[in-house]
Design a protein around this ligand. Structure first.
Ligand SMILES: [Mg+2]
Length: 329
């Protein structure tokens, strides 16, 4: 059937609008990750009461210097950049190349708070251990080091959800050979992918994510987050119950709660994640990646974008990733 010219024009316009909004959400997710990371950075390890004293209901007040300057991100973003570079260079999830990018980063010495499991794995990779065997094992490997950096993989495969699980496994296992660490990263990648495509409904986000990742402690705590959300629990109380340590089961549930609580308000989502205390940079990085993918860069406060390290370079990498992702559909 031949289409009338006006119909074709309308379809083309829809395509442009759709493409541009997905592009904006790719950029929003990567910037959101870095912004959340940088916002939480000064307060890592602090308790909520201490952080609250540095929050004036609009902005965080300057805190004692911690080796990094205001607006600088930490290992969360540095490792996400390794994924970005590897996906862009390879045009696919290529674990050998990702491992190489991680080693290059590790050798640079610019580690900014590297986690224990990751440090162990980097030593093994450097000695020539294959990526399939380099990851830390045991219960202490159930950290959030995979979940914090996985957003680029979710974005890249947003048109190919069936391939996402295997890609996440490959991305995470080289540092965290632990089913919960992988399940937590899969949850974040899935939420980011669905949000970037523009088909994530906050109302069903948790139930669909739980279905995707399968039975796990991550899934259980996500169910608790959903219950707390439906009961109208305030974020400070909810995060206290769900936990905000470096344990991935806690990080993912708390970050998702913050997103669900204010799905259309990027700023409130990441602020609540930081106010939850303890592993502030990572909880906020995960919340920021999901909220940024849902809202797009357009709804991130402009001064937060301009005031953060490398915003332009990160946006340009997200843009390249968007172009490459079209080939996976
Ligand atoms: Mg960090």
């Amino acid at each position: 059937m031949q289409r009338a010219p006006t119909q074709i024009l309308r379809l083309a316009q829809n395509d442009i609008v759709m493409n541009d909004s997905v592009r904006d959400r790719f950029i929003g997710s990567i910037l959101g990750l870095a912004i959340g990371d940088a916002l939480g950075m000064p307060f890592e390890g602090w308790y909520p009461d201490q952080i609250r004293q540095h929050w004036d209901n609009n902005a965080f007040l300057p805190s004692p210097p911690r080796g990094l300057g205001s607006g600088q991100y930490t290992d969360d973003t540095l490792m996400a950049i390794c994924h970005l570079k590897s996906l862009i260079d390879s045009g696919k999830m290529e674990p050998e190349d990702t491992a190489q990018k991680f080693i290059e980063w590790y050798n640079s010495g610019n580690l900014r708070g590297i986690g224990k499991s990751t440090a162990i794995s980097m030593q093994r990779l450097k000695k020539g251990c294959p990526w399939q065997e380099s990851g830390a094992v045991g219960e202490f490997a159930a950290g959030n080091g995979g979940a914090m950096r996985i957003a680029p993989v979710g974005l890249f495969l947003c048109n190919d959800i069936p391939s996402l699980k295997e890609a996440v496994h490959q991305a995470v296992v080289m540092t965290h050979n632990n089913t919960e660490a992988i399940a937590g990263a899969a949850a974040v990648a899935y939420l980011v992918a669905r949000a970037a495509k523009g088909d994530l409904d906050p109302d069903t986000a948790i139930s669909e994510t739980r279905k995707f990742i399968g039975h796990s402690a991550v899934s259980k705590n996500l169910a608790k987050a959903e219950t707390l959300f439906r009961e109208g629990t305030r974020p400070e109380e909810a995060l206290d119950i769900l936990g905000t340590s470096g344990y991935v089961v806690e990080t993912v549930a708390s970050a998702v709660f913050c997103f669900l609580n204010t799905p259309q308000d990027f700023k409130s989502t990441v602020v609540h994640a930081v106010l939850g205390g303890v592993d502030t940079d990572t909880t906020a990085a995960v919340a920021g990646a999901i909220s940024g993918a849902f809202n797009g860069a357009d709804r991130i406060p402009p001064d937060w974008i301009s005031g953060r390290e490398d915003s332009e370079a990160l946006a340009s990498m997200a843009d390249r990733l968007f172009e490459l992702s079209k080939k996976t559909s």
